[in-house]
Write a protein that binds this ligand. Structure first.
Ligand SMILES: [Zn+2]
Length: 177
């Protein structure tokens, strides 16, 4: 940090304060040579996080891009309007907590699917159907089946009568008590 008056590098910090919410620190500095005081604004830069794609290419992690992918899957689904942004934030926080500078894109895709599975099953299926890890329709069908089985289990536990979904399995659903 050079003194703006004489160019001396030897300066000291006389005051330092955080500026709210902007990840910026304002510092008053004094030149040790000519005693000129000046102010610097130092931005806290978050550590770089690179996404490693399946073909080995790397690109900067982009939370906006992740959020828009999630939002697309959640289009017209009954979730909070900021659900996609929140999910993207949580995924980013989880990635950063690993303390590494690179993450495989597959991990992010998996985390996105996990989040959507919690949020909304239709959004989850939408996302999963275009996501590369699904080899084909057969795998997707198995996933849908397991979701339906899971839901029936929940319905049985809470003793509610769900609308019949064709098939004829509905008749087998007796209350447990
Ligand atoms: Zn100076």
């Amino acid at each position: 940090m050079r003194c703006p008056s004489c160019g001396e590098r030897d300066t000291r910090v006389v005051d330092s304060r955080d500026l709210d919410e902007s990840a910026t620190i304002r510092r008053r500095r004094e030149c040790n040579l000519c005693t000129t005081r000046f102010t610097t604004y130092e931005r806290i830069e978050s550590a770089r996080l690179a996404v490693v794609k399946s073909d080995g290419r790397r690109e900067e992690f982009d939370r906006e891009k992740l959020a828009s992918g999630l939002a697309k899957a959640l289009t017209r689904r009954p979730v909070a309007s900021d659900a996609a942004d929140k999910a993207a934030e949580q995924i980013e926080a989880a990635l950063r907590s690993r303390g590494v500078s690179e993450v495989p894109s597959g991990d992010i895709g998996q985390m996105a699917m996990d989040k959507l599975r919690e949020l909304d099953q239709i959004a989850y299926i939408r996302f999963a159907s275009v996501y590369q890890s699904f080899e084909g329709l057969e795998q997707l069908r198995q996933e849908v089946d397991s979701l339906l089985a899971e839901r029936e289990e929940v319905e049985r536990e809470v003793d509610i009568e769900a609308p019949r979904r064709g098939g004829g399995s509905a008749g087998k659903r007796y209350p447990k008590r």
